[in-house]
Ligand binder design. Structure first.
Ligand SMILES: [Zn+2]
Length: 502
């Protein structure tokens, strides 16, 4: 076989892998929205079958031969990014599928349900000690699996790489330190300024709010022929069903917060459906998973959705469409969105403090896998970090170390992605402002096309051909850098707090 034939072979494996992932997305959406309780057992059987088939694609003799062949091909000499992406993702998936020891994986699957159950029990009892041995087992098994996948790398680096492909723990730690210190300094600075008043936002009819929020997401650039909305789920998420098919799920609520959820999910949806045809044909559509996808969604939620320009355009619509806002003036509405208030809860935190929640979780995981932190000390270490970074101490474990389901739910080595998303956003913003200095003026006039065109050309069309690090370098010329995000926050919030930007 020649190079082209080898390439076609692994491209086809990649396409079939993508089919399986689409089926899994369908299952997930169905599970959250329509699956009856008694349907769960059979569904789990089917889901396990699809997961096995997905792994099996990379465990055949043919896949082994292709790995041998492509291990000899110097990736850096391949000019075409799609070809490079096909080979890189093939080798990565092959490594994970072929080297994950079946017995360890089985052990992990066996404790998974119990782990979640103990986490729930511990939350109810507000007592971390109930969950502690399960956390330890889950972390240790994950660590062993990671070591088997790549014996030459520290386990935590491999786990982080499974969420954020190509990410480097040392580099992340360095930039997180910069971000952490910058955020602490900014919080201190803002404490000297004039904080916006707390606003009691009116609640309205959930159906009307849902329709309004969806109309804004459509207007932003997520048209009806690329996907649908379903507002009957308990939390917001987007399922990437196909290259031109994204399903946005949200909860129903009469709160204005739903607008930001819809803008966030529209960001995921537009990214996942914006791949070029060449990328789709290669099975690499949908965007880069992990922190970089989060960067896209948070860009539309925060950089666009919480900007002055956006509300100059949108506030009159809000007032005209939803009667509960009739008496409110735009400044009150807008300033109230930007009150910085350290809190104990990650998902309720504001744009400034949010990253600190993610960074401290990342640090706890990193220290655990480095042998510097024991499971029995996790709750205390958590509390100390909250005190240090946010000036707050959780009154109990449920509001502390037990607050997220991640560690009980197979998301270990995941939290960095939330803060990475913000860092990437700062860098994306910097590049956008270099190329389109008037982009805010377009937003103010309700023109989202130029922004989306820029995103499509620079980010969306590339699918997951490149790693986040490679793509950011391509767009900005620099590697991971927390400073542009800090600059964005400082400029925005200093003005809102009546202070001078740095
Ligand atoms: Zn998201």
């Amino acid at each position: 076989m020649n190079y082209q034939q080898h390439l076609e072979t692994i491209t086809q494996i990649g396409r079939e892998f993508r089919y399986c992932k689409s089926v899994e997305s369908l299952f997930e959406l169905d599970q959250w929205s329509a699956l009856p309780r008694k349907g769960v057992d059979y569904r789990q059987e089917m889901a396990a079958y699809v997961a096995r088939e997905k792994t099996r694609l990379y465990c055949t003799d043919q896949a082994a031969q292709e790995e041998e062949y492509f291990a000899q091909v110097p990736l850096s000499e391949i000019g075409d990014e799609v070809e490079r992406g096909v080979i890189r993702t093939f080798l990565q998936r092959r490594r994970v599928a072929a080297r994950t020891p079946e017995d360890l994986q089985r052990q992990y699957s066996l404790i998974k349900a119990e782990c979640m159950e103990k986490w729930k029990q511990a939350r109810e009892a507000k007592d971390y000690r109930i969950f502690q041995p399960w956390l330890q087992q889950a972390f240790d098994l994950k660590g062993q699996i990671a070591k088997a996948i790549d014996p030459d790398r520290p386990a935590f680096d491999t786990l982080v790489g499974l969420t954020d492909d190509g990410a480097d723990v040392e580099e992340i730690s360095r930039e997180f330190d910069v971000l952490k210190e910058g955020l602490k300094a900014l919080m201190h600075k803002l404490s000297q300024g004039r904080a916006p008043q707390a606003v009691e936002y009116p609640q309205g009819d959930p159906a009307a709010m849902s329709a309004f929020a969806q109309s804004l997401a459509r207007e932003l650039g997520f048209p009806t022929d690329l996907g649908t909305f379903n507002d009957r789920v308990v939390h917001g998420f987007t399922s990437f069903m196909g290259p031109r098919d994204a399903r946005v799920s949200t909860y129903r609520s009469g709160s204005h917060e739903l607008i930001f959820t819809c803008l966030h999910e529209a960001g995921h949806a537009m990214y996942s459906t914006g791949s070029s045809q060449k990328v789709i044909d290669a099975g690499l559509w949908g965007g880069i998973e992990g922190g970089f996808h989060e960067a896209n969604s948070r860009f539309y939620e925060n950089m666009v959705g919480r900007s002055r320009a956006y509300w100059d355009y949108c506030f009159p619509k809000l007032v005209n469409t939803l009667p509960q806002f009739a008496g409110m003036d735009q400044d009150t509405f807008y300033l109230g969105l930007h009150r910085v208030q350290p809190s104990l809860k990650r998902i309720a935190s504001d744009e400034v403090t949010y990253s600190l929640h993610a960074i401290l979780r990342f640090e706890l995981e990193r220290d655990y896998f480095a042998g510097k932190l024991r499971a029995e000390d996790m709750a205390q270490a958590w509390n100390r970090k909250y005190q240090d970074y946010l000036g707050l101490c959780p009154p109990d474990d449920t509001q502390g170390v037990l607050q997220d389901m991640h560690w009980a739910g197979d998301y270990i080595g995941y939290f960095q992605s939330y803060a990475l998303g913000n860092i990437y956003d700062g860098q994306i913003l910097q590049a956008l402002e270099r190329d389109k200095p008037d982009w805010q003026e377009d937003i103010r006039r309700g023109k989202f096309g130029p922004l989306n065109d820029w995103m499509r050309e620079n980010i969306w069309s590339h699918g997951c051909c490149l790693t986040a690090g490679e793509l950011v370098k391509q767009i900005t010329g620099s590697s991971l850098d927390a400073r542009p995000f800090l600059k964005y926050l400082d400029e925005k919030y200093s003005v809102l707090y009546g202070l001078a930007p740095q």
